[in-house]
Design a protein around this ligand. Structure first.
Ligand SMILES: [Zn+2]
Length: 688
């Protein structure tokens, strides 16, 4: 779309100018979906015009007139895209999905134009050639290198025919990903399990039964509905005493989006094929090779070596866990343990062996208390951040709350938005994203949001978390800290703009504070009595830590190896049916175990087919190596101390993508990462 045919933005569109609210928080109350649509379309045209001004310049290319000009460009698109992108994750509607389908291919073509414009690339190439002789500082040199590499990997060196083909492939991929995500959301809602008789829900708390009744009422149904969460495992499976219902829940979960109207099988096959063709066009053997060229792991061989070292030990541990489960299940007359029994008997073993009943812990984990007295307090002790509720600032939904963040000397840092409750139209899982990213060049400060999917408590009752949800909140807040701590010049490097296999590292580190005695003792108070979590329970949680790690590691490895298999195909690979491909991939990788299905199966593997994790799901465990080693560093240095927080913040969180990630790691740790702490943490013995 050229600048001449760009739709004008109506004068009353609140996205047209920078928001007048503090920290440029979007004025949600005034922004409609139609405003977003119009502003995204217009924002693309505006950025095209800015691009034309850069490429049409008669001046020789310089860092300022090319790279910095690019970093400044696209203000309207950035603003509108952030609002629309966040709404599509957190507050989707039929109209929004319609706009999404309309905009996705246009945005993909726009991104291609920015990455592949030959005149622009020639200018960037010239700046890149001269980068060491232009008096640039280290961040500026790295910025030039990143812009250059981004474009080389995206195909800027292709000839005209190659670029045209690439654009077609990118457009098709963008449509397919949108279709995958929408199929999944609708199939997941349709696969929610209906229960007629409350007796079948035996094992759930009154509150969970009420929540299931409300889920049914929301859908205009009688009885009860158990909605599905994104991963294979569903929290209710740990509690439901009715074996038949457990089976129905697990089968609904693993079968979703695998047949009928919202079948994602053919969509996944098509996505993998198109990615394979694109990788070949760009000079790589497979999509995985292309992806890894730009990650800290560096190569498929490095990923294979790390994963292979964990397969044997995790399979052995999972089998040992299965034997323990079968023994307990036999007492209930279960002759053959099945996948739908795993979580239920795992909780029983945990309760018997370690006297921890995880379900009974929820009264100690009231959402606001965990957030304010746990998550915020740990950040205050480590980094000196202070959080002040700003009820005067509105989010995009009544559930969303806003806090202002101040630094150790009272300086203004940014805004933190919390959107913790599940609802229709919100995608599954938990995540952090940004409305505004920090940049000295643009004079912006961060506005970040955390989304969780905690079941809302009945009216007037406090919202209670499971221990896993407590961990998730600390984790997502770790991403938020990465965004809030950002102190870079260029927006390209802000906060979480680091390689995918590094981005989970700071968030995983932040999980360590959930059970840190000084933090836990402060937030884990019984919702009715105010009593702290008894010391014996805390010890038992710690003792039980390794129980279930065989299962957890194996289900994760299975999903990871499945992701790698889909992205190691060539355009000629015969796939047959997607379920068969999946089965063979798991068998060949040595992780096929009926009792432990992958954490995500192909048809609902949103991370890799409709998210940014294609060939990158390994990142979680790759970055956990860095995480476990860093946790040891915190421990060696006295744990929760400002001195430690200051080192971690200034050398790692603050620099975002502006320095080489492993260099930032070494600046904290003093050496390269050691994998031993991770193996110890998971109770895995290295295979010999
Ligand atoms: Zn994360």
């Amino acid at each position: 779309m050229s600048a001449e045919t760009a739709p004008a933005v109506s004068a009353d569109n609140p996205l047209l100018a920078e928001s007048p609210l503090p920290y440029a928080l979007p004025p949600f109350a005034d922004v409609s979906l139609e405003h977003c649509r119009e502003a995204v379309l217009s924002g693309m045209a505006e950025q095209r015009a800015e691009l034309d001004a850069i490429t049409g310049s008669a001046q020789p290319p310089t860092f300022e007139n090319t790279i910095v000009a690019l970093e400044r460009s696209g203000a309207l698109l950035r603003r509108a895209g952030a609002v629309f992108g966040n709404l599509s994750s957190s507050l989707s509607t039929p109209r929004l999905r319609e706009i999404e389908r309309e905009l996705a291919p246009l945005e993909s073509a726009h991104a291609d134009a920015l990455r592949l414009d030959p005149v622009l690339f020639a200018r960037i190439d010239a700046v890149h050639e001269a980068r060491h002789d232009a008096g640039l500082d280290a961040e500026a040199v790295r910025l030039v290198e990143r812009h250059h590499l981004d474009r080389v990997l995206a195909g800027a060196r292709l000839d005209d025919a190659g670029r045209a083909r690439l654009s077609e492939l990118n457009r098709e991929l963008s449509e397919l990903s949108t279709q995958f995500g929408q199929n999944l959301q609708l199939a997941t809602e349709a696969a929610a399990v209906r229960v007629a008789d409350a007796a079948e829900l035996d094992g759930l708390s009154d509150e969970e039964v009420a929540s299931a009744a409300r889920a049914a009422a929301d859908r205009g149904l009688d009885g009860y509905v158990l909605p599905l969460l994104l991963p294979t495992g569903q929290p209710v499976l740990a509690k439901l005493r009715d074996r038949g219902l457990r089976r129905r829940v697990l089968e609904a979960s693993v079968g979703r989006a695998s047949s009928g109207e919202h079948d994602n099988g053919p969509v996944a096959v098509r996505i993998a094929r198109v990615r394979a063709e694109r990788a070949r066009l760009l000079g790589f053997a497979t999509h995985a090779d292309l992806v890894l060229a730009d990650q800290t792991a560096g190569s498929t061989a490095a990923v294979d070596a790390m994963l292979a070292s964990m397969v044997g030990p995790s399979m052995a541990n999972a089998r040992a866990e299965a034997a323990a489960l079968a023994e307990v299940a036999a007492r209930d007359g279960v002759e053959e343990l099945a996948a739908w029994d795993w979580a239920y008997y795992s909780e029983r073993v945990r309760a018997e062996r370690y006297s921890v009943d995880r379900a009974a812990l929820r009264p100690w984990f009231e959402l606001d208390r965990v957030l304010v007295d746990g998550v915020f307090r740990a950040a205050e002790l480590l980094y000196g951040f202070r959080f002040t509720a700003r009820p005067d600032l509105a989010g995009y939904h009544p559930d969303v709350r806003v806090w202002e963040v101040a630094g150790p000397d009272g300086e203004q840092v940014g805004l933190y938005l919390g959107d913790f409750l599940a609802r229709e139209g919100k995608r599954g899982g938990a995540w952090m994203s940004s409305f505004v990213t920090q940049s000295r060049l643009l004079g912006t400060r961060p506005v970040v949001v955390n989304n969780l999917n905690v079941a809302a408590a009945p009216e007037g009752r406090p919202t209670l978390l499971t221990l896993d949800e407590v961990d998730t909140l600390f984790h997502e807040f770790g991403h938020a800290l990465h965004g809030l701590s950002s102190a870079v010049t260029y927006p390209r490097f802000a906060g979480t703009a680091v390689p995918r296999d590094f981005v989970e590292f700071p968030s995983q580190v932040n999980e360590m504070w959930a059970l840190w005695p000084e933090v836990l003792g402060h937030y884990a108070r019984h919702v009715e009595t105010g009593e702290p979590l008894p010391a014996a329970v805390v010890e038992a949680i710690d003792a039980a830590r390794l129980w279930g790690e065989g299962f957890a590691t194996l289900e994760y490895l299975a999903a990871t190896l499945l992701d790698q298999a889909w992205h190691r195909i060539t355009p000629e690979t015969e796939i047959g049916d997607p379920a068969g491909f999946e089965r063979r991939a798991l068998e060949e990788a040595g992780v096929a175990l009926d009792l432990v299905p992958p954490r995500y199966r192909t048809t609902y593997f949103q991370h890799v087919f409709a998210g940014g994790y294609a060939a990158g799901y390994y990142s979680y465990i790759w970055s956990e190596v860095l995480d476990a080693d860093t946790v040891e560093w915190f421990r060696e240095n006295g744990g929760l101390r400002r001195e430690n927080g200051d080192v971690f913040r200034s050398r790692l969180l603050a620099v975002g993508g502006s320095v080489d990630p492993l260099e930032a790691f070494r600046a904290v740790r003093g050496r390269d990462a050691d994998p031993a702490p991770l193996l110890r943490r998971r109770g895995l013995t290295p295979s010999v």
